[in-house]
Design a protein around this ligand. Structure first.
Ligand SMILES: [Zn+2]
Ligand SMILES: [Zn+2]
Length: 347
């Protein structure tokens, strides 16, 4: 089968590999119908994910059809359409039982697919702990509608959930990349009084204005003044930092009002500084954490009910045989790309 592979530093390639087989009673084999490319894949390519194993098939955002299941798999059966969770988790350890599946202590726990074990930019993928890692796609939900459930949409949903947003709040979201947009969709479900998005790319700012006219958009240069002018208590009640630069980290706490919650979703290349003397008396609550994919069933229900729609984020489509081109367009942000969909193996 075709499998897009992390060959070496700065080198990915489409290789011919054997179709994966069941290795454990809890495994499932999924025929990948659609996958996507994530910024984390680029981090592997450029060497900033040291635990990524050369030779591994990359890709951790995918949907497909169950092909085969191990004897202990009871939640899905061959023929079921499923989303695949970016995280592998046992469902039984201290962290899993509390919903912190990202911190699962299983040897395969956490982000393993497409990093430490073969992932889904391929025709087939083996999913360990399939009872936990696969969710049934409702019949009325398309593959494209479900594509981001297991990764960036789970991230946005988690970020909105831990931010404790109320209907009186002004919420600032910094960054309108794919994950920022997913966070925006999930924040809207909380019906805060006002949502402000800060985005530096004019193209992405336009996308937000056009698609979500109820959302206010500002740029990094104007953000602090804009938020101050449009909030009642000297800043945003809740800030979600989804951009991941030194400037946006600083902006996040500066734009927050006293006693606000700042949720840091972004992944940084370098450590960030909390200048506590400057912040003294501001009494901020910081929440951190990447994806915690424990709400996929609920997210799929919200999609089926028409409350979340990430399909406008899919701006480009490619067959698996042209995945090099999909990467080129995504990585270089060509042609207004937000997310690409890579078509896997047809029936
Ligand atoms: Zn990802
Ligand atoms: Zn666990």
């Amino acid at each position: 089968m075709l499998a897009y592979t992390y060959i070496a530093h700065e080198k990915f390639g489409l290789l011919d590999k054997p179709k994966p087989a069941l290795q454990d009673p809890c495994d499932a084999i999924v025929r990948v119908t659609l996958s996507s490319v994530c910024t984390s894949d680029l981090h592997i390519k450029h060497g900033s994910v040291p635990r990524a194993v050369p030779g591994v098939t990359v890709g951790h955002e995918m949907v497909g059809v169950v092909e085969e299941v191990g004897a202990a798999v009871t939640s899905v059966k061959p023929g079921d359409r499923v989303t695949v969770n970016v995280e592998t988790f046992c469902g039984e350890c201290f962290f899993c039982r509390r919903g912190y599946v990202n911190n699962c202590v299983d040897p395969d726990g956490g982000w393993a697919l497409g990093c430490r074990i073969d992932g889904g930019q391929a025709e087939y993928v083996r999913v360990p702990h399939a009872n936990q890692g696969l969710n049934l796609i409702p019949p009325t939900v398309s593959d494209e509608q479900a594509l981001f459930v297991g990764d960036i949409l789970a991230t946005g949903f988690w970020a909105a959930r831990i931010s404790d947003i109320t209907e009186d709040d002004t919420v600032l979201i910094i960054g309108a990349g794919p994950t920022g947009l997913c966070a925006l969709l999930c924040v809207r479900l909380k019906r805060p009084k006002r949502i402000i998005v800060c985005e530096k790319s004019p193209e992405r700012a336009r996308f937000v204005r056009k698609r979500y006219p109820d959302v206010w958009v500002t740029s990094p240069d104007e953000c602090e003044a804009f938020v101050l002018a449009h909030s009642e208590h000297g800043g945003a009640d809740v800030v979600l930092e989804v951009a991941g630069t030194e400037d946006t980290f600083r902006m996040a706490w500066k734009c927050a009002r006293p006693n606000a919650t700042v949720t840091v979703v972004a992944l940084y290349d370098t450590p960030q500084v909390l200048p506590l003397p400057d912040m003294y008396g501001k009494n901020l609550t910081f929440k951190t954490g990447g994806v915690d994919g424990c709400d996929c069933a609920e997210i799929l229900r919200l999609i089926a009910e028409g409350k979340i729609d990430t399909t406008p984020l899919i701006t480009h489509r490619f067959p698996l045989s042209e995945i090099e081109e999909a990467y080129r367009v995504f990585e270089n942000r060509l042609d207004g790309v937000i997310k690409v969909a890579v078509e896997g193996r047809p029936l």
